[in-house]
Design a protein around this ligand. Structure first.
Ligand code: BGC
Length: 352
């Protein structure tokens, strides 16, 4: 067992209204994750390759100012609702709620990535751990209910970065939390991820319309470029003449996980980089996972002088399905007073 010590804390700058923001370093013998309480962003994540060489696997910025200025949600906690809600509106208990439009006519990802969270070192024998809490007030971005949210990042001695999400509400509401880490298993800024392999344990996905909103259909992946039931290079089929790939400008879709015991931890996806030998396993209690292949990265100047272009990273965002509040047939994203929302996702790093 790893001996739990205090996590290292350093200054990371100030928000425009003068709030101090910190950077916390969670480390075990091999893996080091640096997380800021601004948006709960994973700023860096170093893991060894098969020869023991350390690389930083996540895209991001060197300074807080850049995360504040503009970000495609690099490494952040996403809420209240991960992914899109069509026309930025939904009804609950006969009341229509209007949300902030921040993606054309739609609502995308909310604003938890821009909040300063309260941080606490909760390290234990389970590993070094950082607890982040935030009170999302009734009406934030248009969502009903005061929503105290807690996110705990734990780095275990098995090289797992475990993320435990929990929340309660004082009014009926909807909720969908995830983390938006952009991974490149060859190291951030080291080119595209098209040779890296992905496996997703899902027989179905949710096709989208031209605005990236699910149509409501759960479509079989069989015989399509969306079949990742056996590990396949991300780039093997990404440019095929396929209507759904065109709609997403690559992969930017939600897969319906084959978890036989809904709500229990399930191996949702595995990624592998044949060059470095790095393996990333993603386990989750969530019913869905978004594979986004960085289709909109367009020459962003990131960490260590690196430039991030199209398809230089992939995201595996564990989640409820996009636009669930407008699709009663999807697993419900509703949370009611008295209920306790809990969700866990594990990113596990190894080599082969
Ligand atoms: C969405 C993409 C979006 C990206 C960055 C992903 O979760 O599915 O459409 O461009 O996040 O915002």
């Amino acid at each position: 067992m790893q001996v739990a010590t205090e996590i290292r804390k350093q200054a990371f700058g100030h928000t425009s209204d003068g709030m101090a923001v910190e950077l916390y370093t969670l480390a075990n013998r091999e893996v080091e994750a640096r997380i800021t309480n601004y948006g709960g962003i994973i700023v860096s994540l170093h893991t060894p390759d098969r020869n023991g060489k350390l690389d930083d696997l996540v895209l991001g910025y060197d300074s807080l100012d850049k995360y504040i200025a503009k970000t495609p949600y690099f490494g952040a906690i996403i809420g209240r609702y991960a992914n899109r809600i069509a026309h930025a509106t939904f009804s609950l208990d006969g009341i229509t709620y209007t949300l902030a439009k921040n993606d054309g006519d739609n609502h995308l990802h909310g604003g938890f990535n821009k909040r300063v969270w309260t941080a606490k070192d909760v390290s234990s024998s389970a590993g070094q751990a950082l607890e982040l809490t935030y009170l999302s007030k009734d009406g934030e971005e248009g969502f009903p209910g005061n929503l105290p949210v807690k996110v705990v990042y734990t780095l275990t001695d098995k090289n797992e970065l475990k993320i435990d999400y929990s929340a309660t509400t004082d009014k009926d509401t909807v909720l969908n939390l995830t983390n938006h880490a952009y991974f490149n298993l060859a190291g951030q800024g080291n080119g595209d991820i098209l040779q890296q392999h992905i496996m997703i344990q899902a027989d179905r996905f949710t096709p989208i319309d031209q605005f990236s909103i699910p149509t409501g259909e759960l479509r079989s992946v069989k015989g399509t470029p969306f079949d990742f039931t056996t590990a396949t290079a991300i780039g093997a089929r990404i440019d095929q003449d396929d209507q759904q790939l065109k709609m997403g400008k690559g992969y930017d879709h939600n897969w319906v996980l084959n978890n036989p015991a809904a709500g229990s931890l399930f191996l949702a996806a595995q990624a592998y980089d044949p060059h470095s030998g790095r393996v990333l396993e993603v386990l989750t209690t969530e019913p869905g996972i978004q594979l986004y292949t960085g289709n909109f990265l367009d020459g962003i100047h990131g960490k260590d002088g690196k430039v991030y272009d199209r398809r230089n990273a992939f995201c595996l965002e564990t989640q409820h399905f996009p636009d669930s509040p407008n699709h009663p047939s999807f697993p419900t994203s509703e949370l009611k007073p008295g209920q306790h929302f809990e969700s866990t996702t594990v990113y596990k790093f190894s080599t082969k």
